[in-house]
Ligand binder design. Sequence first.
Ligand SMILES: *Cc1c(COP(=O)(O)O)cnc(C)c1O
Length: 379
Amino acid sequence: MKSNTLAIHEGTLKDRVTGGVNTPLYTSSACNYMDRGEAVYPRYFNAPNQDAVARKLAALEHAEAGLVFSSGMGAMSTSILAYAGSGDHVVMLDALYGGTHHFATEWFSHFGIDCTFTLTSAEDVIRKVTPKTKVIVIESPTNPLLAVVDIEKIAQFAKEKKITTIIDNTFASPVNQTPLDLGIDIVVHSGTKYLGGHSDLCCGMVACSKEKMARILSLAKVLGPSLDPRLCHLLERSMKTLFLRVKAQTRNAMEVASFLETRPAVEKVYYPGLEAFEGHEIAKRQMTGFGAMLSFEIRGHDPDRFIESLCLIRPAVSLGGVESTICPPGRTSHAKMSAEERKRVGVTDGLLRLSVGLEDAEDLKQDLDAALHKISKDI
Ligand SMILES: *Cc1c(COP(=O)(O)O)cnc(C)c1O
């Protein structure tokens, strides 16, 4: 069956009491242990509502196994620590999610893990690998500059060297990219974004082979970042509309990006769907859609004035909701970086990151156009 069908039906549990079409909500944290190998217990990641969403994600990512976590960082940190330990070396993209970057710079040494950061290019990732490298962590497209790396190239190289590859697939979502098909070992999501999709829950997910999942699950059970069954229930409802939402948001993003490209006050638009964009060719090969995140720079204007001039698009961190949101990464997600480092990775003060929602594209374009006119008149 196709993924949009599986998003609705896979994993959903039969309701034997009423015959209802939704997975019943199982809230018990004390369950019978008789006639069972392991009792059901939410911190063991084996509660029925956890299992339902985990199966859905596994189906969408073309994986044998899935696991749901209480946050994206819970999913990412557990996955890395399951495969890298004392004396090991990790290669990580420099431009990936701030929390993952921070985990490496602040905490890896505590675990005896050595880390090398790389540019957003497969060649540089491969160059930085040493005989001690156990894990490669990548993200594509990246936050906030939407840079794209050749996933298959990295995955194939790592397979030959028996290095475990982890990708953060949050920005693309399984609707637009399924990295396991390109040879990646472990896919991680911040489910807080597109999987949840309504800006009202925090969760994370992992999808991989059963073999790779065994260590992640074993570590997860003792670290304990499990998601409450009540939130799994809410997440399951969201995941049923994932394809409908993300496909429409992706269409909107293409329209908005093309529109911004034509505006004189806009210096540059970062969106993998634009032909002029650097990562476009690789994106076309490895993505089925270009996603609903984009960034742009406005020429010589105060980004705060621009954001204040918007009526419909809301200023907010986080992303992936049905409502369009905007933020200046230099002052939000990348605020911890020094000004110099921000400049080096290309996060300028005038950079704005837009999460394109489900509103009508005409309304979004009008809102952006009106704000651009307004700030142009100010000077
Ligand atoms: C938000 C985000 C995360 C972290 O997820 P949380 O659910 O906030 O822990 C990781 N990666 C990317 C790309 C994100 O956008």
